[in-house]
Write a protein that binds this ligand. Structure first.
Ligand code: K8D
Length: 655
């Protein structure tokens, strides 16, 4: 690692304890904080005779950044009060990864009936360095084939394939993009600007642009179609001229290494929310890289964070937007379930195009410009210009963003849950029995949601998400079932990472104690059909499913956890929506993919040979969600778990 000496410690006290009602924010993710080791297995339940010396390579520990030190960059603060947790992590935190040797190279295999030895003993890929952006000798052949396939899907959209002109599908309306919008760059002939043929429908529905991150240590078939950050930044996706990385936790030396060598010196703008000392540290980290510029997102409301995870990639060939859920640190791309939306390759508009050119039927361009403008930052000006200069008309998704503020009037419905509710009102198709179509939320952290479910969760939040078309706007959302998918302690313990995975699931004990009522909504993490049951979620998704969970009315992948800080809370009798954090996600509506039934069919798991299904949505975890049993408890990161060792033989003992 090229970073300097770690200076992670003692980031306490950045936040003072709040006496106001500001407890809705999620706890700061203490990636850089002082921390309590996941001590290696306690002797009282592991007999010496079980001791096994484990080759570090067997666990990928030879790779810098792998091993038990990971936990020490994600562990909870000693203080039980989340408000005192400084959002310190970032660069310094990340840099710490890989600098400290594994504290305990000798692992003890603990007897654990529930344990799945295959997880612990599986040989992991040597490291994420085997991404195919590096030298060919490092590459796995199948990885390259996959990359080519992804390229065909996402870069070569200009080759229309076999063409056949057909009749307009029934029910095609103005929400659907006209064939002419594609004509600017598609060689497909005969577009008359009005008709929309089946070829278009299939072509456009072909890819949802939805991907998961690659998981080290699982069978290759389960990583089919999954992407590492090196894949996303590879020349196969475009020749990078400049890029912008929006994120929360950023390890600059690691990030630079994810770019192919030929792109490492191209201008890179990092948009972050760091303040004071951690901002200074981030600047220190950037100093060795003259091409790296930093842009600090304003956070003028207490307890806000810059959660947004987005890449803007300016290519010789055009422009691409990537909205995802991973921090820019090695651990977030290693053994977690993370979501990625990849835009198509956007062509550059002809010189002198009008302001309104290149808009999509989802108004994605306008919304992205509005989102970027909300930073009110000079550093983003040129990126707003880049967006304006490209044709985003092929975008099929809606942008759902949050930006800090007390939004009123016209602004109110541009952000957070009110934005989602507005799009669902304006653009989603009603269903016959809405009260039997459950809502599912899935996330990696939980804020303080109030004394009972009526305060926010089952009132404004569920009301917005339960909207389906104008007629059903806020109609008896009280009856819509709500399932909240969040890992149990057992999920974390038996995960690929073991307890250290809990460092990215920062639900705090003080918060949990205030909302025992929330337990009745909880469902376990399970992703058998994607092979990701043991890759803990850092993805966040929200969806509306049919009564039998076989169809979806819509699907969202986002950075937004289950918190008022992220989604917004109504104040002043609904006059304003108060949002603390920056968040970004995308909404999939079936009609925008030419699916006129207004419902995606649900597809779980991968089809053979990395195929993607054309009309069914690849839901990344098992449905229906399974409620917690009476023994299950939600993962809470700042209490000890000493009585059962994790996959790697460690326990969790936060300070
Ligand atoms: C993140 C306040 C964070 C809390 C939760 C998360 C999460 C993040 C930051 N800090 O997404 O789980 O951006 O990873």
């Amino acid at each position: 690692m090229s970073g300097g000496v770690s200076k992670v410690q003692s980031q306490h006290g950045r936040w003072t304890v709040s006496s106001s009602d500001e407890e809705d924010a999620e706890p700061a993710r203490q990636t850089g904080g002082p921390f309590l080791l996941t001590q290696s297995v306690r002797k009282d339940y592991v007999s010496d005779s079980d001791e096994t010396v484990v080759d570090e390579e067997e666990f990928g520990a030879a790779d810098s950044g792998q091993g038990s030190t990971a936990s020490s960059t994600h562990g909870p603060l000693g203080s039980g009060h989340s408000r005192e947790s400084p959002p310190s992590p970032r660069a310094s935190a990340a840099r710490k990864i890989g600098q400290e040797p594994a504290s305990n190279p000798i692992k003890t295999e603990a007897p654990d009936p529930g344990r799945q030895p295959s997880l612990a003993l599986k040989r992991l890929r040597p490291s994420s360095e085997s991404g195919w952006g590096v030298s060919s000798s490092d590459e796995e052949p199948d990885t390259k084939a996959e990359a080519r396939q992804v390229k065909e899907e996402l870069v070569d959209q200009r080759s229309p394939g076999p063409m056949k002109k057909k009749q307009r599908p029934e029910g095609t309306d103005h929400h659907y993009p006209s064939a002419s919008s594609a004509a600017a760059w598609s060689p497909k002939p005969e577009s008359d600007g009005e008709t929309l043929d089946k070829w278009d429908v299939l072509e456009k529905a072909k890819s949802f642009g939805f991907y998961l991150t690659k998981v080290s240590g699982i069978p290759a078939k389960d990583n089919c179609g999954a992407l590492h950050i090196k894949d996303i930044l590879s020349p196969l996706f475009g020749t990078i001229k400049a890029s912008a990385q929006f994120n929360y936790c950023i390890d600059i030396p690691w990030l630079v290494k994810q770019y192919p060598e030929e792109f490492r010196t191209k201008p890179l703008l990092i948009v972050h929310g760091e303040q004071r000392q951690s901002k200074a540290e981030l600047h220190g980290d950037a100093h060795p890289y003259p091409n790296v510029r930093l842009c600090q997102a304003k956070l003028e409301i207490a307890y806000g964070t810059h959660h947004t995870k987005m890449m803007l990639l300016l290519y010789e060939e055009g422009f691409r937007v990537v909205i995802h859920t991973s921090n820019l640190i090695r651990d977030d791309w290693h053994q977690k379930t993370q979501g990625i939306w990849l835009s198509p390759l956007y062509p550059r508009l002809p010189e002198g195009s009008s302001e309104s050119a290149g808009e999509s039927m989802t108004n994605f361009k306008r919304d992205l410009v509005d989102y970027l403008t909300s930073y009110r930052s000079a550093g983003l000006g040129e990126w707003i210009t880049h967006v304006k200069q490209h044709d985003l008309s092929e975008t099929r998704v809606y942008l759902i963003g949050s930006t800090p503020g007390r939004h009123q009037g016209n602004e109110k419905q541009k952000w957070g849950h009110l934005k989602l509710g507005r799009i669902l009102s304006d653009r989603a198709s009603p269903v016959a029995n809405p009260e039997s179509w459950p809502l599912i939320g899935q996330f990696s952290s939980i804020g303080s949601l109030g004394a009972d479910e009526t305060k926010w969760l089952c009132s404004e939040f569920r009301e917005s998400l339960a909207t389906l078309g104008k007629s059903q706007r806020s109609l008896s959302s009280q009856q819509v079932p709500l399932h909240l998918v969040y890992p149990t302690v057992e999920n974390v313990r038996t995960s690929l990472e073991g307890y250290p995975a809990g460092g990215s699931l920062p639900y705090a004990i003080v918060t949990a104690q205030k909302q025992p009522w929330l337990s009745s909504f909880f469902c376990r993490w399970s992703a058998k059909l994607t092979g990701r049951s043991h890759a803990m979620p850092h993805i966040k998704t929200y969806m509306r499913a049919s009564p039998d969970f076989g169809e979806l009315a819509w699907f969202v992948v986002t950075s937004a956890n289950l918190s008022k800080a992220a989604w917004g809370m109504l104040e002043k009798n609904g006059f304003q929506l108060m949002i603390r954090s920056y968040e970004l996600g995308v909404l999939y509506l079936p009609k925008a993919f030419g699916i006129e039934t207004g419902r995606f069919s649900v597809h779980q798991g991968r089809l053979p040979d990395c195929q993607v299904s054309e009309m069914s949505f690849p839901v990344p975890y098992d449905l229906p969600p399974q409620r917690y049993s009476s023994k299950d408890r939600p993962w809470i990161w700042n209490i000890p778990y000493l009585h059962a060792p994790d996959t790697n033989g460690n326990v969790w003992a936060p300070s």
